[in-house]
Design a protein around this ligand. Structure first.
Ligand code: DCP
Ligand code: MG
Length: 407
């Protein structure tokens, strides 16, 4: 039973499956039910996830496997089966989409849902719909999920984490500020280890301390991040749930077998991915105006960088050079496990890459690319290689291709 004064008004939810990979493995092998299970290993030798029994012993995601086994020698270790997890993730997502079209997936096992205005449809307020949903996932999928319900994205996501596993937590407007005041700054979306350390060196450790500071002072010290600190520390978050954001971009990404940090390794992969995106755009006769670079660091933090172009493009060369420019700013020795490139703000190809491009060089490159395309169409993909990928064989190609947001 759940009681909360605002229960009938709150409609922004975050749902996150519990110990996702491990839960799927336990579902498929009931003998594992009461045993500590670790999913991970393989070449990377790290824990992808651990079930909650293994977590009691201190096992955590991203921990080196040998450490995890030191902490919990009796654990059963299972190699990840990504295809299986992707299909279970999809099943859960489709169940979410049956509740509302306003579903914004964040990863394989979590999403935001905006259930405002669905009460008449469901004959029940969002809180009840969500509680039924959690039960339905257990019965039909055979894994569990935790739910956070609030009035904004930031606090819905925080809430879903409060009572895991099988949690259902509510953060209303009335208690948002007092709840946040005791929390560490790292709870704030976008405050990673490095920024938390900067804040700590300025004496700022709790969100409560941020709540006492002026917006102008926070912005003077930390720029746009300061503005975010000001708003989120007070529970002010206007971001809306963006449904189908996946279908509105064309992108290609790859996860490396070993983490990479040098331009020599990353640039050829970026080039190959740009060509793949361009090929898909050309095939669909569409173009994109914003180039999006995605990186995932060795410690699983996602960095996305966007740049809007003067006019939409479908040329590998423009996508690549725009991506490269953004990539250069990120190359500070950080090790990356994933790189992706894509375009969003899709339009039809008619307005793309006008011949009077400001820059004459890029016009030449566009002509050259047209020639490359027709050679490849005639003689196959390997017929022409650019200097960026030439002679690198598989090294210049993405090793494991993942195309989560193909459209
Ligand atoms: N994952 C991974 N490596 C990480 C973090 C996560 O491979 N460092 C994978 C395995 C997880 C899945 O992504 O099962 C979902 O990530 P979550 O962060 O939601 O973690 P879990 O669902 O495993 O656990 P929780 O109950 O904390 O959500
Ligand atoms: Mg999860």
């Amino acid at each position: 039973m759940l009681r909360h004064a605002e229960l009938s008004e709150l409609s922004l939810a975050h749902i996150d499956c519990d110990a996702f990979y491990a839960a799927v493995e336990k579902r498929d092998n009931p003998a594992l039910r009461d045993r500590p299970v670790i999913v991970g290993g393989g070449k990377r030798g790290v824990v992808s996830t651990a079930c909650y029994i293994a977590r009691i012993h201190g096992v955590r995601s991203a921990m080196p496997m040998f450490k995890a086994l030191e902490a919990c020698p009796e654990a059963v270790v299972i190699k990840p089966n990504m295809e299986k997890y992707a299909s279970v993730g999809k099943q859960v997502r489709e169940m979410m989409q049956a509740l509302t079209p306003m579903v914004e997936p964040l990863s394989i096992d979590e999403a935001f849902l905006d259930l405002s205005g669905t009460e008449r449809l469901h004959g029940a307020p969002p809180a009840l719909v969500l509680a039924r949903f959690a039960r339905q996932v257990e019965q039909e999928v055979g894994i569990s999920a935790s739910v956070g319900l609030s009035y904004c994205k930031f606090l819905a996501k925080v809430a879903s984490d409060l009572n895991k596993p099988r949690g259902f937590s509510v953060i209303g407007k009335a208690e948002a500020v007092s709840f946040l005041s005791g929390q560490p700054v790292s709870l704030i979306w976008g405050v990673g280890k490095a920024f938390a350390a900067t804040l700590a060196s300025d004496g700022l450790r709790t969100i409560g301390q941020l709540q006492t500071m002026e917006r102008s002072e926070l912005m003077r010290r930390y720029g746009t991040m300061g503005d975010r600190l000001f708003h989120l520390s007070r529970g002010l978050d206007e971001r809306s749930v963006k449904a189908n954001s996946e279908a509105k971009s064309v992108s290609s990404e790859t996860t490396f077998n070993t983490d990479l940090s040098s331009p020599d390794d990353l640039v050829p992969v970026l080039r190959a991915l740009s060509e793949r995106v361009s090929a898909r755009l050309k095939k669909a006769d569409i173009a994109g105006r914003t180039v999006v670079l995605k990186l995932k660091t060795a410690d699983f933090r996602i960095r996305t960088r966007n740049r809007q172009l003067g006019d939409p493009t479908r040329l590998a060369d423009r996508i690549f050079h725009t991506g490269l420019d953004m990539l250069k700013r990120e190359l500070d020795g950080t090790r990356f496990r994933l790189i992706g490139i894509g375009v969003s703000d899709l339009t039809d190809a008619a307005k793309a890459d006008p011949p009077d491009l400001v820059d004459r060089l890029s016009h030449k490159r566009a002509m050259a690319e047209g020639a490359i395309d027709s050679l490849r169409a005639k003689f196959g993909k390997q017929a022409v290689e650019t200097g960026y990928t030439f002679g690198r064989g598989r090294a210049g190609q993405p090793q494991r291709d993942q195309d989560p947001d193909a459209s």
